[in-house]
Design a protein around this ligand. Structure first.
Ligand code: GAL
Length: 417
């Protein structure tokens, strides 16, 4: 029996009963993977808001960037017939879980909160399964950022790169000055984050869309994708030998403490700088990755609700969904997380220059048709295709696979069912 069939049959018979029994009245058990410094501070704000509303927060944190471990833990809990009340799930995965019949309808919270009129369509559609809200959106992260230590840049005599030749020039200078040029970690999702950013920078938003959203075979194997891998291959030469196994936030810490000059990472990295008391424009710089100033890869975090039988638990789910969309939460969470509110009506006053740039660039790229879902962060393709693409990129990063072989393997990965 396939995993999804197992989930279906087990859930149908036991889940409603056991999850109702496991969770007490007015309690939410929330599965998430926000465990780094900035992430933990952010999620603590949601806990505070829920507890102020009289709902007990049962933390189900599973460490591991981008949620790979959390997904495994979630599958195990659903198969065991006791899903958590809510879980951090996003993008097309919401549809995949919806198809299993395990997600709860939270239309009551959405209707009362006027979500349909508040949220951009691209967001509200993702939060719905078969026309009904099953998840609450938390934020918008921009993925195509380059994080820079300005002190390292200055010591190296380099400037903020806006093109790939400028990037390699800066990387050379940083390396010559005795620093690590590119701080990189070791998990496949981190390699995929750099890969998609390079694809966007080398080929532009149309190319990105055809290749990594529409999965067009000719684009996946064409010369621009070859050039993408060539560029990615060149970046390898600027990463230190200890990168394998390193967590993303430890790579960010290398930029924070001046060991490394630059890191390609989404703006959850800013949460780490902020948690370390650093100021944008002074202690660190955020710049769109080379060649990507006019485009924007988005990553929307959301909390999906699982079916529970106990009426108190159902009420607590609606309280959680309402809290997530509240202006109070949207502001405080995103100030800590590095992302921007998903509601466009939140005052900008408390947000820093990187967040303001993200807000402006998102609006501009949405108008220009260069706003694209992140493949590496579960926004663009099914989890099966994403996993197969991760394998290819990771193999390319950690072997001497050629760009030609990589594009062929990528096109094959795109066909994964
Ligand atoms: C992303 C997620 C972010 C952040 C990051 C590192 O996929 O959307 O919220 O947590 O992974 O774990």
């Amino acid at each position: 029996m396939k995993l999804n069939q197992i989930i279906k049959s087990v859930f149908a018979t036991t889940a409603l009963l056991s999850s109702a029994a496991a969770v007490h009245a007015a309690e939410v058990e929330v599965l998430h993977y926000w465990t780094s410094g900035g992430e933990a501070k952010s999620v603590a704000e949601l806990k505070k808001i829920m507890e102020a509303k009289g709902v007990t927060w049962k933390d189900f944190a599973v460490a591991g960037g981008a949620g790979e471990n959390a997904t495994t833990a979630l599958k195990a809990r659903v198969i065991a017939g006791s899903p958590p009340t809510a879980a951090q799930i996003k993008g097309p995965s919401i549809q995949e879980w919806g198809q299993e019949g395990v997600l709860a309808n939270i239309d009551a919270a959405a209707t009362a909160g006027k979500w349909d009129s508040l949220l951009p369509k691209v967001v509200s559609n993702t939060m719905k399964y078969q026309g009904h809200y099953v998840a609450a959106p938390v934020n918008v992260h921009r993925v195509n950022w380059l994080w820079i230590n300005p002190e390292v840049l200055k010591k190296a005599g380099a400037k903020v790169p806006t093109t790939w030749p400028e990037f390699f020039d800066a990387a050379d200078k940083i390396q010559k000055a005795g620093f690590i040029a590119v701080a990189q970690g070791g998990q496949p999702w981190q390699d995929a984050t750099v890969f998609e950013t390079v694809a966007l920078g080398v080929g532009g938003a149309d190319f990105y869309n055809k290749a990594l959203v529409k999965l067009d075979p000719a684009t996946l194997t064409g010369p621009t994708m070859v050039k993408t891998f060539d560029t990615l291959g060149k970046i390898k030469g600027y990463i230190d030998k200890d990168a394998p196994g390193r967590d993303w936030n430890l790579a960010t810490a290398m930029v924070i403490n001046g060991k490394a000059g630059m890191q390609f990472m989404g703006d959850w990295a800013k949460g780490e700088f902020t948690a370390a008391g650093k100021q944008p424009g002074k202690d660190f710089l955020c710049a769109p990755a080379p060649g990507t100033a006019k485009s924007y890869t988005y990553n929307i975090d959301s909390i999906a609700m699982f079916k529970v039988k106990n009426p108190d638990s159902q009420k607590a789910q609606l309280t959680l969904a309402t809290a997530i969309m509240s202006p109070e939460f949207q502001e405080v969470f995103n100030l800590n997380k590095g992302s921007i509110p998903v509601r466009p009506d939140i005052p900008r006053t408390k947000f820093d220059s990187c967040a303001i740039e993200s807000m402006d660039d998102m609006a501009a790229s949405s108008k220009a048709g260069t706003l694209e879902p992140s493949m590496a962060h579960g926004m663009a393709v099914s989890s099966a295709v994403q996993g197969a693409m991760f394998d290819v990129v990771s193999k390319f990063m950690h072997s001497n696979m050629t760009s030609q072989a990589a594009v062929q393997a990528l096109a094959k990965a795109a066909k994964t069912q």
